[in-house]
Write a protein that binds this ligand. Structure first.
Ligand code: G6P
Length: 616
């Protein structure tokens, strides 16, 4: 959600903080702020809107100082405004704090502080933290690090925080619970980030804080880390790891937007997600990360897939892959619903959590439930070292590389690839797949990157379709079988980035209601490659045409039937039916992209959204 960056070192902090904010903006972008330790005390600049607004505002202002904290916000409590932007300061202005997460008991804490005469400036939950810490420090007459530990013991919820205080202008304090925080260790300098993006330019040596950790960072002393759950306040030696991230991966590489770059990176992302996992000589598919739990997966009574957003759509595709190939029942659940439903979970269930970021709060909560109830919990995520990677028993990375555009593209196709490999490997070992089908699917999977590449060549043609769709207030996406989730994903992409209202439906289902919406003004995008329900989809299209709906179709190369019924058609290469999502989803991504551009929307940072939703 929100992006956090902090700096302590010998250099000017401001350019480093600002650069970090730009890199973190995909996490939230409704307001931004910065606090710098200067000789006169803490100076703070905040602005509603993008980081660019803050930068413009700071031009010609005094931004000196080699210690500072900065934040880009995705509003939870309190509307986007200067007042609600972080940092938040203590009443006397001597302490400033930035926060990512949610203080769940903030109402009670706030009331207690108000009763003691504290005056709040914002509507945020975060402001409670700075007043609480200050209050503890003043009352208990303890050092700031001690006050932070005592205060955080009273806090329920999640936090990644960074604090500076005029009382000790050479000290930076950080803490985390339930949402990530990394300390980058440079040459006589420290760069703190809510992920690796603001750090990698300066160092690859990082400490991932654990839940409950409080870190005290100074130039003149080694970092001290203690944990709020440790009543003895003992310090532990930090474990330094290497950040698996490259700077080039965070740049646009000649593309106008991250989203377009990431759409075009899909052949590589899919290739990378298969790399080293298919051994043709030995005729095996093997996902190293799950080997230890493979027997549990082979004996699974049921697979429960939990995820949110686009990852949930990948889960729906996996339902087809696993049920068809592995012949074990699959349930696909919205993590946010699953976690509050008291679900029935058996010890021989395997719960597979899918997440690009590995930080989605609801998906992580579902992982915890799975573990508590004794299921085997497997993760599929993209961000190396993420909370999900650490909290699941085993898992596989999707290896798509960093995704910055808020709307998922390459991570979706990479997730499907990993899920297909997982299903194939289990199916072969269980003997639920014929060897000819197994070999055909491997062959087709290996051909997918080239096939995706060939669909990318249709961008101009799709641009023309976008001209048409961009003039409409609504759109309907239809698909069947393994392409129903692709219809959902197509609709999600369009609404996320172009703000056109769109719905995805199983094609046969529209006669039970949505057909009432069909008229000349409703574009109906039908995902209809060669598949066993093709003829049924043809009938569904007839029903729409009879009601004067306009058909835009995604079909297999050489199609003659549906093409004739469509106003526009995009042809995708032939691939095994189970793998068609890998190619049919591409034109829908490009379509949403161009509709959004025509409508002058910010495709990389769509309104109200954030890339990683670390609050529930
Ligand atoms: C947010 C993003 C979506 C994403 C969803 C799940 O809503 O905007 O694009 O699909 O979170 O994220 P995850 O990181 O768990 O895949």
């Amino acid at each position: 959600m929100c992006g956090i960056v902090a700096y302590l070192g010998q250099k000017e902090a401001y350019p480093i903080l600002l650069g970090g904010l730009h890199r973190l903006e995909y996490r939230g972008y409704d307001s931004a702020g910065i606090a710098l330790m200067q000789s006169s005390g803490i100076t703070m600049y905040k602005k509603k809107g993008r980081v660019d607004e803050l930068q413009k505002f700071c031009n010609n202002l005094d931004t000196s100082g080699s210690l500072g904290i900065a934040h880009t916000r995705w509003a939870t409590h309190g509307e986007p405004s200067e007042q609600n932007a972080h940092p938040h300061v203590s009443e006397d202005g001597s302490m400033a704090l930035i926060h990512n997460g949610i203080v769940e008991n903030y109402i009670i804490l706030k009331q207690q502080l108000v009763n003691q005469g504290v005056i709040f400036q914002s509507d945020t939950d975060t402001e409670v933290l700075v007043h609480l810490i200050k209050n503890v420090q003043d009352k208990e007459k303890v050092s700031l690090p001690e006050a932070v530990i005592i205060a955080l013991r009273m806090v329920e919820g999640t936090y990644a925080i960074a604090i500076i205080s005029k009382d000790d202008p050479n000290q930076l304090i950080v803490a985390k619970k339930g949402t990530p925080l990394l300390i980058g260790i440079g040459d006589n300098e420290y760069i703190i980030g809510s992920d690796g993006a603001p750090i990698v330019e300066y160092t690859k040596q990082v400490i991932y804080l654990e839940d409950g950790d409080v870190g005290v960072i100074r130039i003149d002393k080694p970092i001290q880390i203690s944990n709020v759950n440790d009543s003895k306040n003992l310090h532990r030696s930090p474990y330094i790891q290497t950040l698996e991230l490259n700077l080039e991966q965070l740049e646009k590489g000649g593309f106008d937007t991250y989203m377009l770059k990431e759409i075009y990176e899909q052949p590589k992302a899919v290739r990378d997600s298969m790399r080293g996992r298919i051994n043709l000589e030995k005729d095996v598919v093997s996902l190293g990360g799950i080997l230890e739990y493979e027997q549990k997966m082979l004996n699974a009574r049921r697979f429960i897939i939990v995820a949110c957003g686009t990852s949930w759509h990948a889960g729906l595709v996996a339902e087809h892959l696993f049920e068809t190939l592995v012949r074990v029942p699959v349930e696909v659940e919205y993590a946010s619903e699953f976690r509050y439903r008291n679900p029935v979970i058996y010890e021989d269930d395997v719960l597979i959590a899918i997440s690009q970021s590995g930080e989605t709060a609801d998906t992580l909560a579902a992982v915890e439930i799975g573990k508590k109830r004794g299921a085997t919990v497997i993760g599929i995520c993209n961000v190396v070292g993420s909370t999900m990677a650490r909290e699941t028993m085993a898992g596989s990375y999707s290896h798509a590389g960093p995704e910055i555009g808020v709307a998922c593209t390459k991570t979706f196709t990479a997730q499907i690839t990993v899920l297909a490999l997982m299903a194939l490997s289990l199916a072969k070992k269980k003997g639920t797949i014929s060897m000819s089908q197994y070999h055909k699917l491997i062959n087709d999977l290996e051909s997918a990157p080239d096939k995706i590449e060939s669909v990318l060549h249709y961008e101009q043609q799709i641009q023309r379709i976008a001209q048409y769709v961009a003039t409409k207030p609504n759109a309907m996406f239809l698909g069947r079988g393994v392409n129903f989730p692709i219809a959902l994903e197509g609709a999600l992409k369009l609404k996320e980035i172009s703000y056109i209202h769109a719905e995805g439906y199983p094609a046969a289902e529209i006669k039970h209601g949505p057909i009432a919406l069909i008229d000349t003004n409703m574009p109906v995008i039908v995902v209809a490659p060669e598949q066993h329900t093709y003829d049924k989809v043809v009938s569904n299209i007839q029903e729409i045409i009879a009601r004067k709906g306009t058909i835009i179709s995604i079909v297999t190369e050489g199609d003659s039937v549906i093409k004739k019924m469509s106003k526009f058609t995009i042809e995708v290469p032939k691939i095994d039916e189970l793998l068609t999502p890998l190619v049919t989803t591409i034109p829908l991504q490009i379509l949403a992209y161009h509709v959004a551009l025509i409508r002058d929307c910010d495709v990389d940072k769509p309104r109200n959204l954030a890339k990683s939703v670390s609050v529930e």
